[in-house]
Design a protein around this ligand. Structure first.
Ligand code: GAR
Length: 199
């Protein structure tokens, strides 16, 4: 079975969906570690509750970004991970880190990319006035939210939506989408040379 590590900065609800998909047998891989850049991240408590080793790498404990990433890289290499999933991990990974890691890195983003990349995707969708948004799981490349798409799910934007109501509807879709996309990679889907959504 492939070995997955999850990086998360906050609430960790996507991590929880991944944990539950593994428990139910819908996702056939082993979660070998969860790391966060924030000691207070709820994701760490969720990992511990599930009996998954958790690690914290607060950036200010390192001299610079390079040293911070080097520590995370060492941890991932010691765990012998095959796949890394970013689940609300709010730091941009450097090209050097991505290359040195050399395994697929996935990210989930709360919009239908390439619309609304970067921060506050749900607010961007509301401000733009779209009728449909959603979520995207993609392979991480050197850009911001720019790597090849694996899976997407569309979510309607309703007339009276607030940031909270839209974010909640998108989050429910995220919890369905991320385990499914991870399963495709667990079954051998690789980052393609050419772009084409798979599921
Ligand atoms: C999710 O909505 C995820 O799509 C988003 O952060 C949230 C994390 O929630 N990620 C991004 O915006 C990345 N650009 P969670 O901690 O409950 O999984």
């Amino acid at each position: 079975m492939k070995r997955l590590a999850v990086l998360a900065s906050g609430r960790g609800s996507n991590l929880q969906a991944i944990i539950e998909a593994v428990r139910s047998g819908a996702l056939t891989l082993e979660i070998v570690g969860v790391a966060s850049d924030r000691p207070e991240a709820q994701a760490l408590a969720r990992a511990e509750a599930a009996g998954i080793p958790a690690a914290v790498f607060p950036p200010r404990q390192y001299e610079n970004r390079r040293a911070h990433e080097a520590a995370i890289l060492r941890w991932l290499q010691e765990l012998e991970v095959d796949i890394v999933a970013l689940a609300g991990y709010l730091r941009i990974l450097s090209p050097g880190f991505i290359q040195a890691l050399g395994c697929p890195i996935l990210n989930i983003h709360p919009s239908l990319l390439p619309a609304f990349p970067g921060l506050n995707a749900q607010s961007q969708a509301l401000a733009y006035g779209v009728k449909v948004s959603g979520c995207t799981v993609h392979f991480v490349d050197e850009g911001v939210d720019s790597g090849p798409i694996i899976s997407q799910e569309a979510v309607p934007v309703l007339p009276h939506d607030t940031l909270e109501s839209l974010s909640e509807r998108i989050l429910e879709a995220e919890h369905r989408l991320y385990p499914k996309a991870l399963q495709l990679v667990a079954e051998g889907l690789e980052r393609p040379e050419r772009r084409s959504a798979r599921g």
